[in-house]
Design a protein around this ligand. Structure first.
Ligand code: FES
Ligand SMILES: [Fe+2]
Length: 348
């Protein structure tokens, strides 16, 4: 189990399209899983270990909706219960594999690694615009990053890095000194800033046909422990829109659904939802080319930080004003790990 991830939470496991009528291997919170889809279309994830001699079940065969171990043929149903032991009529009471609660939402399979009695599907993240005809969504990549998932979550509560890391795509030097604001509640952090009356960033300059300066915004919505949705966009500065008029501008939700794989590895499943060029699939590709550049810039820096953290486990960090939101994010996760008790963060 991963030490800094709460087990009682929903995590993205993989894209729905990756779960098929065959056995595949995945890992979440350090747990090796065998994953497949039943004939009726339900995804299944079980511990990838046979309780007999510990052979990975992913080396076995899918027989109807059950897995037959590849070593001596013990067979387990999708609920993890053993249904056959070749060579003996009795099935030992303990012959069972853990099978995890799963649900599909927003094109992903979500897994609850903790106490199944607490797996409330109402808690799985959803973005209403993803389902709306006024918006268009497109799946991106599963970006594998050699870093702890909380270092990526730090990055996704931190609009200040954009002015330095993403100058060719998402940022511009005009925002370097603009402070960020934030709010926090029991399981969420929102961090934002507006950059008024400044040149369009490269990405919106391409699609927006803006004639002059723009007002642009970044709202980073973090939902503990593994979801970050970045609402960003631009509007003609002459219109001077209010924050609640963001739909009048060009608006994108860049969704990052993070799979914590183990202490030093996570997967960023990213997709975007936008309110312009709804029918233009070329824009999907061109936006994704830009996002790929940007998110790989984050990957590069996070992997280097992971390397330094391993080399210098006792290194101290100094705290800056821009770190307030990431620090609250980490405290929310700590509260969840301590037992999912409501945190007092909102009252601070
Ligand atoms: S190891 Fe699976 S049946 Fe023997
Ligand atoms: Fe970034």
């Amino acid at each position: 189990m991963l030490s800094n991830a709460p087990s009682n939470a929903w995590y993205p496991l993989t894209w729905s399209r990756n779960v098929e009528r065959k056995l595949s291997r995945h890992k979440v919170l350090g747990i090796d899983l065998v994953v497949y889809r039943t004939e009726a279309g339900q995804p299944v994830a079980m511990d990838d270990v046979c309780p007999h001699r510990l052979a990975p079940l992913s080396l076995g065969k899918l027989k109807d909706d059950a897995i037959q171990c590849g070593y001596h043929g013990m067979t387990f149903g999708s609920d993890g219960r053993c249904i056959r032991v070749p060579g003996q009529p009795q099935i030992p009471a303990s012959a069972k594999v853990t099978s995890y609660p799963l649900r599909e939402r927003m094109g992903l399979v979500w897994i609850w690694p903790g106490d199944p009695a607490r797996a409330d599907t109402g808690q799985i993240y959803d973005l209403p615009q993803y389902h709306s005809k006024q918006w268009h969504s497109a799946e991106g990549d599963a970006l594998s990053i050699d870093a702890n998932y909380l270092n990526l979550a730090d990055n996704l509560c931190d609009p200040a890095h954009v002015s330095f890391v993403h100058l060719s795509t998402l940022g511009s030097a005009a925002s370097e000194d603009i402070p960020v604001e934030h709010t926090a509640s029991d399981d969420r952090v929102v961090v934002w800033r507006w950059i008024r009356n400044s040149p369009a960033i490269p990405l919106f300059a391409k699609y927006g046909n803006f004639k002059g300066p723009v007002d642009r915004w970044h709202y980073y919505h973090y939902t503990a422990p593994c979801i970050a949705v970045i609402d960003f966009g631009s509007s003609d500065a002459a219109l001077a829109i209010d924050p609640d008029q963001r739909d009048d501008g060009m608006r994108i939700f860049a969704c990052h659904f993070i799979t914590p794989v183990d202490e030093h590895h996570c997967i960023d499943h990213w997709l975007h939802v936008r309110n312009f060029a709804l029918d233009d699939l070329n824009v999907d590709q061109r936006l994704h080319d830009d996002f790929r550049v940007a998110f790989n810039e984050d990957k590069d820096i996070l992997e280097e930080i992971d390397r330094v953290e391993r080399a210098r486990p006792d290194a101290k960090r100094i705290r800056l004003a821009i770190d307030a939101a990431p620090q609250k994010m980490r405290r929310i996760v700590d509260h969840m790990i301590a037992g999912n008790s409501p945190s007092p963060i909102a009252a601070e």
